[in-house]
Design a protein around this ligand. Structure first.
Ligand SMILES: *Cc1c(COP(=O)(O)O)cnc(C)c1O
Length: 230
């Protein structure tokens, strides 16, 4: 992690990332499969579901601007959400903001009906802080929420959640890393629909999960490689 200003980090993003050719701008690698130099050797890339040089450059950049160590880019914001929640143990208890992106709420509801997870929905920060208890496994917030723009104090929520052994997930789609860095405020995992402000030109569908917790990253990397929401 660097102390450079955001503008500087973004001006440098991907520049000279391609050591092999010295290409100044990060090339777009379309190959799905990679040749190994020798038997038993690898360039670090073998199959694009696992890892792709262009995606890796994007992941490093997104981790950096969210002031975190790791990022995993997915095919959409919903793919990121489902990848993340599928990594949680069955019967996990989740405290969530009631006002949520409609797609997230719809999927949460379907999972709850199947008996996979239990959700407690709260309308305000006060209600949320009161709802977090020893039983809570995860806290999920958007701040501000889509669509009602309810705000939650991430540091306060994280402090209460961590005191009870719960992890905090922040969907940071609306503020973007320009205005808010949830990991720096105590969140464990950040999610974005990169389709919105991160891309900003209505021409990209993408999502990302960001964390500084290596165990969480390793599990998500394993699951992403296994299930393929890349
Ligand atoms: C759009 C959106 C999502 C879902 O992302 P997609 O890229 O459309 O799959 C998740 N969270 C928020 C807050 C959103 O606005």
């Amino acid at each position: 992690m660097s102390d450079y200003k955001l503008d500087t980090i973004l001006a440098h993003a991907g520049i000279n990332s391609d050591e092999k050719t010295g290409a100044l701008i990060a090339p777009i690698y379309l190959s799905t499969t990679y040749q190994h130099p020798e038997f038993g050797q690898s360039t670090g890339f073998d199959y694009t579901r696992t890892k792709n040089p262009t995606r890796l450059t994007l992941e490093k950049t997104l981790a950096k601007i969210e002031k975190a160590d790791y990022a995993l880019v997915t095919s959409s914001g919903m793919a990121a959400l489902v990848l993340l929640f599928n990594s949680f143990p069955e019967q996990s208890k989740i405290v969530a903001a009631r006002d949520l992106y409609g797609g997230s709420f719809r999927w949460f509801n379907e999972q709850e009906k199947k008996g996979r997870y239990f959700f407690t929905y709260t309308n305000t920060e006060e209600e949320m802080l009161a709802a977090i208890s020893e039983d809570t496994d995860y806290v999920f917030i958007e701040t501000p929420t889509n669509p009602l723009m309810v705000e939650f104090d991430i540091a306060k929520v994280a402090e209460k959640a961590h005191a009870h052994g719960a992890k905090v997930i922040v969907d940071n789609t609306f503020y973007s890393p320009i205005y808010q860095n949830p990991i720096a405020l105590g969140a464990d995992i950040v999610l974005h629909s990169a389709t919105k402000y991160l891309s900003g030109h209505n021409d990209v569908l993408a999502g990302v999960l960001i964390t500084s917790d290596q165990a969480i990253y390793d599990k998500l990397f394993y699951d992403q490689n296994t299930t393929g929401p890349t």
